[in-house]
Design a protein around this ligand. Structure first.
Ligand code: IMP
Length: 197
């Protein structure tokens, strides 16, 4: 049985990744290693993610996965981007809606960088999903889920936020995280000769 540790403090990310991976790779023990990782300051989240993976591996000394994400709002020149975590904690979803008041362009995208490292390599996989920022905050969900409506997912002609889509597990079928993990699964199963379901 292969073991991989997901190093993060975010249990929501772990649960989503576990749910996506368990239907895709057999013989995998996917564990949560709760640890806050120091992030370097850089404009590119890919670079931040690779550095985060190196320090996670040094800590765990076993194969690891880390994830770095951002919500990028087009009319705000990509803000909050790599500062998404801090911005969520400081102004939250209400603050984001306030920043977009009177703004016609509410388009945004989520980007995920998943990095796998086994000590010899650190390999990154990216996923992106486009959508709009809603005008109200919906119930449930975590982070920016209650204000993000992905495109092309019209369910009974109703635009649903990630928070609402998550109730029927639909978020995991199309999220930025899912897209990045699809690439990881393809690479990992080919390189580790594991069975793909
Ligand atoms: P970081 O990768 O931990 O720096 O997180 C970036 C921030 O983006 C998180 O703290 C969340 O607030 C937010 N975020 C990342 N992915 C998601 C998601 O799938 N749904 C909602 N918010 C997310």
């Amino acid at each position: 049985m292969n073991a991989i540790f997901f190093v993060s403090t975010n249990i929501h990310k772990y649960n989503e990744i576990k749910s996506i991976l368990q239907n895709r790779i057999t013989d995998l023990n996917f564990n949560f290693y709760k640890q806050n990782l120091i992030e370097i300051q850089d404009d590119k989240i890919e670079k931040i993610a690779i550095e985060k993976a190196k320090s996670a591996y040094n800590m765990v000394q076993r194969p690891i996965i880390i994830e770095d994400d951002g919500l990028f709002i087009n009319s705000l020149n990509g803000f909050p981007g790599q500062y998404s975590s801090y911005v969520f904690r400081s102004i939250g979803n209400r603050g984001i809606l306030r920043l977009l008041e009177g703004n016609k362009d509410r388009s945004a995208f989520f980007k995920s960088i998943i990095v796998y490292s086994n000590g010899n390599i650190a390999k990154a996989f990216s996923g992106q999903i486009n959508g709009n920022i809603s005008s109200t905050i919906t119930d449930d969900g975590w982070g920016y889920d209650p204000i993000f409506i992905p495109w092309n997912t019209h369910d009974n002609n109703e635009n649903k936020t990630f928070a609402k889509l998550n109730k029927t597990n639909k978020k995991n079928e199309l999220s930025h995280r899912r897209i990045a993990l699809d690439k990881f699964v393809k690479w990992f199963t080919q390189n580790n000769k594991l069975k793909k379901l």
